[in-house]
Write a protein that binds this ligand. Structure first.
Ligand code: HEM
Length: 497
């Protein structure tokens, strides 16, 4: 017995000295090049990060903040996909810990069993094989969107927000929730606040003086404590409120829903019930703004590129005709529309800096040392504008996908707007369907153009985007008119479809 113990002890000592020696050896390697930054840029940071490439290359390490910025798709693929075991963690900052939102918002949960269970549960609902279950909701909501565009075209931005929110509330909770509903407003506000917490440079004082978190909230400079607490309470509320409504509706015979049906079947399983509620929360939180941003960017792109719009419309007229709306079955026959979709997602990724990943182990890449605990920022915006991969990268040119030898219908994971590796967006099949169907249906029925002022002159569109965590067009004006007389009938007839 004693001999066995000594052998085990010797083996353990050998293994730990091996790892110690290895760490010493690899930590002598240089870090990837990069600047020393006191305050990280908060606005247009993806542009700043891309501009650093000229000086430091596409892999940039900020040593005093332990932040790695990836500006290149190949590097993202090498690290976040192929070494996903190392790079699938999230950073747990003091502000996030204070808000206690990690417990139910698993998009920011650390890589571990809890996150794994939540994600597995979520994926069962949104996996590709069963994603068609959402088609009826998607048709219904897109048709409602068309009718609203027809009735009050100048409110198109509100209609876009409503479409992306309603799609989730109807599909998951069976609730008829408009954008001005308390739940929708609270969710949008909470998301805005959480995204503030996720910005690398957003709480500079706390980043420099982390011990401030232990002082009371009335102490000068500690207002962030109150903010964090209030975000935690808001999140709790939107975690429960729509869920309770959906369950009550089922109990009192007012209608069933995906989430309520599952809740009944999981009634006595506490942990799974928790995951179910988080599934609903995460759908609303992660799914609405991102989808809305893509649709808004599409409308803007069509105004600015009437030639592209006309080509998309011509393809639909030829393949679908003018007496019905496009369906998912038409998708594979509409390569130019697909190319428009891919180009919108390339140029205007709603989350230009993805959601930061973090590493759980020391690593060596291209002869450089990347330390454990490193925050990894995938700069999707820069990757999608890489001139080697996309010549003339700032031009909106769907032909770059249309003219590919294999055509535009490559896998959904080729759209790098959805992130990477084990953290890749698990709602992407749902998002892909909603966004595509909206683009195709709008092209089929409306002409989008610049609005005109009272004197009849075109109102210029700035083409500006928000520049913090989310990237979506700033408010702009637009003219939306049915393409031909029978388009009006098509839009209104869809009510009974
Ligand atoms: C156009 C629409 C969408 C875009 C561009 C988008 C993009 C993203 C991105 C970039 C991430 C981070 C991935 C990473 O860390 O590597 C993400 C995560 C996530 N998305 Fe989406 N998303 C969209 C729609 C949706 C929808 C509709 C849902 C739900 C139905 C959803 C649910 C989630 C969840 C739960 C996560 C967290 C995943 C995790 O941390 O493991 N997203 N999304």
């Amino acid at each position: 017995m004693n001999i066995q113990l000594s052998i085990l002890g010797a083996a353990a000592a050998l293994i730990s000295s091996f790892f110690l020696l290895r760490r010493r050896k690899i930590s002598r390697l240089p870090y990837p090049p990069g600047p020393m930054i006191t305050d990280m840029p908060v606005f247009d940071s993806w542009v700043h990060y891309r501009n650093w490439t000229k000086q430091y290359g596409s892999l940039i390490y900020i040593r005093n903040r332990n932040i790695l910025i990836i500006n290149d798709l190949q590097v993202a693929d090498d690290l976040l996909e192929r070494r996903a075991r190392i790079y699938s963690d999230r950073e747990s900052t003091p502000i996030l810990r204070m808000s206690k939102i990690e417990n139910i918002n698993w998009a920011i949960q650390c890589y571990g069993d809890k996150w794994r269970k939540n994600r597995r549960f979520f994926q069962q609902i949104y996996r590709r094989a069963t994603i068609d279950r959402f088609h009826p909701t998607q048709y219904k909501e897109v048709q409602l969107f068309l009718r609203r565009l027809f009735t009050t075209p100048s409110d198109f931005m509100e209609h876009t927000t409503a479409l992306s929110q309603r799609n989730i509330y109807t599909a998951v909770y069976g609730l008829d929730i408009e954008a001005n509903h308390y739940i929708a407003r609270k969710t949008a506000k909470t998301l805005e606040e959480i995204s503030k917490m996720l910005l690398p440079g957003a709480f500079p004082l706390l980043a420099h003086l982390p011990w401030l978190q232990f002082l009371p909230s009335w102490f000068p400079g500690c207002g962030f404590k109150h903010f964090a607490k209030q975000v935690g309470e808001s999140l709790d509320e939107i975690w429960s409120l729509p869920f309770d409504l959906a369950v009550d509706n089922l109990k009192y015979g007012k209608g069933s829903s995906l989430i309520a049906d599952l809740a009944i079947s999981l009634e006595h399983k506490g942990e799974e019930l928790h995951e179910l509620k988080s599934m609903g929360l995460m759908s609303a939180l992660a799914g609405a703004d991102t989808t809305g941003a893509s649709i808004s960017s599409f409308i803007l792109a069509m105004i600015l590129h009437p030639d592209v719009q006309a080509k998309g419309q011509a393809e639909i007229d030829q393949v679908v005709g003018t007496d019905r709306l496009p369906t998912f079955q038409d998708r594979k026959s509409l390569p130019y529309v697909e190319s428009i979709y891919r180009e919108v997602m390339r140029l205007y990724p709603p989350l230009p800096l993805c959601v930061s990943h973090a590493s759980i182990e020391d690593d060596v890449y291209r002869d450089c040392f990347i330390p454990k605990g490193c925050i990894v920022i995938p700069n999707i915006w820069a990757m999608n504008r890489d001139p080697e991969r996309y010549p003339d990268p700032n031009a909106f040119r769907p032909e770059r996908f249309y003219e590919l030898p294999k055509g535009p219908f490559t896998g959904i994971d080729d759209i790098s707007a959805f992130g990477f590796g084990r953290r890749i967006c698990p709602g992407r099949h749902m998002a892909d369907n909603t966004v595509w169907l909206t683009f195709a249906s709008v092209l089929a029925t409306f002409n989008l153009g610049k609005a005109r002022d009272e004197a009849g002159s075109e109102i210029e569109v700035s083409g500006e985007f928000t520049n913090a965590f989310f990237c979506h067009p700033k408010p702009y004006k637009c003219s939306i008119v049915p393409r031909f007389p029978s388009a009006k009938e098509l839009i209104l007839a869809a009510r009974d479809a």
